[in-house]
Ligand binder design. Structure first.
Ligand SMILES: Cc1cc2nc3c(=O)[nH]c(=O)nc-3n(C[C@H](O)[C@H](O)[C@H](O)COP(=O)(O)OP(=O)(O)OC[C@H]3O[C@@H](n4cnc5c(N)ncnc54)[C@H](O)[C@@H]3O)c2cc1C
Length: 396
């Protein structure tokens, strides 16, 4: 939308083809419906350092249309922004739909011809260059083509990877996105101290900014970097989405089948049978194998060497509450450098990044999630869309 609007603003005739019945489906769900529209880091060097190896390719594009330009673009069109922690910028209204509306108004005012519910079925290539695009019952050719078909995450929003297939036909490399079936990084001393041990029969619940999001039951492997094992690997995709929206924490419940009262009774019975053991020894056959010493560090106020018959009711209660809610601070996904949440697409070495023009076909421009740029959560993905979209729109 930003690319189409910008080309039209320069007096060109523009046709925007969208397969969905309305524009901006993915934008509507971005940032949990609040849309983290950009990252308000004013130091361009610091901002660009978040794009890893791509940093060196992005200076020119960002000097043409950077974060401040994105701020101006939206605020001058009646969408005031606000900045939250980690410099994440959102519309003051906290409504992603307002971002969609601002962009659709832009496109309309600049008289872009928009055809919704019009999927491009295929492209026709001749001599390695794009000749035309084919829709149901018709085809179009043009002086310039801008591909903005997105990546492959959340295909229900329309991004089903069509653009990647076309780009391969045109001789471009398409780097596969890093799969989000990965371990989770966590920063908790108790986890590190129990590296190599498995929490059996537990349940992990994930929270976004303190609000409960989802749970998964199963064995959890503790490692020196965080959490792993099949239960965790299967959660990674959802956690990646949550990391777009804010701080992610988790709680592990070691006894999900029992409520606090039930677990207290079970522990009391265990203590009755092991009256003269020290707490440390008694817990060894109550908790998953090899984890007692590490888990007891979570209750520093309770003396582990005292005999269980002298453990007070309050101390027992504290133990029970701790085993029901082992704290985990998720800091990112393993295998994704610097907590990267997205990548995959055409490498920037195949693009003239001053214009976003393809180096394989001078009529073609490639923008947004089609580009292979590793990036973390925090507004960096959409800023790339605004930058690359505007720059392509200035040159197509
Ligand atoms: C859950 C979630 C939350 C996110 N939240 C944020 C956030 O808060 N901040 C942030 O910076 N980033 C966020 N992102 C990332 C951000 O949404 C994307 O980087 C951005 O939407 C990419 O824009 P795009 O225009 O490249 O592609 P898309 O938004 O995917 O748009 C591609 C469009 O092309 C259309 N299309 C595809 N194929 C065809 C075809 N054959 N013919 C016609 N049309 C076609 C699709 O229907 C779609 O409308 C989030 C991503 C997800 C999955």
């Amino acid at each position: 939308m930003i690319a189409a609007g910008r080309v039209a603003e320069r007096g060109k005739r523009v046709l925007l083809l969208e397969k969905n019945k309305r524009l901006g489906e993915k934008l509507r769900i971005s940032g949990g419906g609040r849309c983290n529209i950009t990252n308000a880091e004013e130091d361009v060097k610091v901002l660009l350092s978040n794009y890893g190896e791509s940093e060196k390719f992005l200076h020119s594009a960002f000097s043409e249309f950077g974060m401040k330009d994105a701020f101006n673009f939206f605020e001058s069109r009646g969408l005031p922004l606000k900045v939250e922690d980690r410099k994440r910028a959102f519309p003051q209204s906290e409504k992603a739909i307002d971002v969609v509306n601002t962009l659709t108004s832009y496109v309309r005012e600049e008289k872009v011809e928009v055809r919704i519910a019009t999927p491009v079925r295929k492209i026709v290539v001749s001599d390695g260059k794009i000749e035309k695009v084919v829709i149901s019952g018709g085809e179009y050719s043009a002086d310039s083509y801008i591909f903005a078909t997105g990546g492959v995450s959340h295909p229900e929003t329309g991004s089903t990877g069509d653009g990647f297939l076309w780009l391969e036909e045109l001789g471009h490399t398409v780097v596969k996105p890093t799969p989000t079936i990965v371990p989770l990084k966590a920063k908790n001393a108790w986890i590190k101290s129990l590296s190599g041990k498995t929490l059996t029969g537990g349940k992990i619940t994930f929270y976004l900014e303190g609000k409960k999001k989802f749970s998964q039951a199963g064995n959890i492997l503790l490692t020196h970097f965080g959490l792993s094992g099949p239960t965790i690997l299967n959660c990674a995709g959802k956690v990646a989405d949550l990391l777009y929206e804010g701080k992610v924490t988790a709680m592990i419940d070691l006894f999900p089948m029992l409520d606090i009262g039930g677990l207290d009774t079970k522990l009391q019975d265990h203590f009755d049978k092991n009256k003269n053991k020290t707490l440390r020894n008694a817990m060894r056959d109550f908790l998953p194998a090899g984890t007692a010493d590490g888990l007891l560090t979570l209750v520093p106020t309770v003396d582990k060497e005292k005999k269980v018959h002298s453990v007070t009711k309050e101390e027992r209660r504290l133990l029970v509450e701790t085993f029901k809610e082992l704290p985990v601070n998720i800091t990112g996904l393993m295998g994704f450098e610097r907590a990267v949440v997205a990548d995959g697409g055409v490498p920037l070495t195949e693009i003239d990044t001053r214009t976003m023009r393809s180096l394989k076909d001078s009529k073609l421009f490639i923008i947004g999630d089609l580009l292979h740029i590793k990036r973390p959560s925090g507004g960096y993905s959409l800023q790339l869309c605004w930058t690359t979209g505007y720059v392509a729109g200035d040159n197509a």
